[in-house]
Design a protein around this ligand. Sequence first.
Ligand code: EPU
Length: 431
Amino acid sequence: MDKLLIEGGSRLQGTVQISGAKNSAVALIPATILADSPVTIDQLPNISDVRILCKLLREIGGTVSFEEHTFVVDPRNMVDMPLPNGSVKRLRASYYLMGAMLGRFHKAVIGLPGGCNLGPRPIDQHIKGFEALGAKVTNERGAIYLRANSLHGARIYLDVVSVGATINIMLDAVKAEGQTIIENAAKEPEIIDVATLLTSMGAKIKGAGTDVIRIEGVHELHGCRHMIIPDRIEAGTFMVAGAAVSDNLLIDNVIPQHVEPLTAKLREIGADVQVGEDQVFVSRSRMPLKSADVKTLVYPGFPTDLQQPLTSLLTQAEGTSIITDTIYGARFKHIDELRRMGADVKVEGRSAILSGPTPLEGAKVRATDLRAGASLIIAGLMARGITEIVGVEHIDRGYDHIMEKLQGVGANIWREPMRDEEARESLKEQE
Ligand code: EPU
């Protein structure tokens, strides 16, 4: 087990290349189960969530290669093998195996998904969708059993706008008999990306990216080649890092529209952000940063996944900032760690209330989840002295070579193996 060390104070300068979107990748890979010939996906991020999904596709009989960011799968020999335990529990997105396997085999057994602990993360809307399409769903000893004699189109209104449920219902509906309409669907770019792949495979989907998606079921889906969209959350994380400690950071391979809510917020705080065609330049302005209130919302609102990184930046803003997470009201596990580094911040209900600016000092901190890890890296870049981050496995789940990318633009960041007693302590705290 490694820990990540950062010596704060370096000014970042240069170009960072953004990888393919994690939250697309984890849905695109299961979607390939539905094809009856090989599928190639280009520019997949090299992160542990993707490697786990590759392993799961192999477990059910797929032939998978993942080299140089290109993923090729031959799904022809896949079988409806139950996956109640093991790797499936290590990532949240394993729930997409439910929709995809149900769509292809009309049955699936999937262990309840793990992933970041952000408070309760129910999947009732996914299940409501599967049932509407004709599946019988039961929860037996911590695994979800799905069975259907046949799948038929249905009209499904999501009570909660959910990225996962919208994609899962699409995966299940593309091969169901007749028309499915998803109302109050989520509109995230990752949903459009999955719909694009499915359409290239022969599916008939209209309205992805709006709140009503119409799907006409087809009997067969075939292989294709697909290029994933860039990761807007990785891009956003580097934009925040740029606003914190860069003279001129060029973030390359971005769809600027996907990061608009962050661009607007960073400008409001006082950072210099310039937008090109598929690039964004960010610099810390010479003026003191201004405080701001932030409320996370479904797309195109401010993304919950960038709330934690932005909180670190706001410790350096003058005045009081209030950050409210309306999507995950308990996504504040980074706050105690930021306090260890000197931040003046407290959590009240679904909000973090910050007073700044406060100088940050390097400390030993724990990344409790993926984006908490990103927020601690940004805090470490701004802090005086050395910050030691444990829980790096959470960061590796979703950021493709973040250490190397930061080193490439001048950050003083490195990994060290944890000492035996540190590893033992770390495992104990995780339990
Ligand atoms: N919800 C329900 N019932 C459901 C599904 C969701 O009540 O059946 C609630 C959730 O508890 C949450 C809200 O609806 O309060 C939104 O959840 P959503 O389903 O949209 O989230 P998700 O699909 O589980 C994805 C990303 C998250 C990201 C959210 C919101 C993946 C694998 N995960 O999760 O990404 O925060 O959408 O945009 O795509 C991350 O990347 O760090 C991450 C956690």
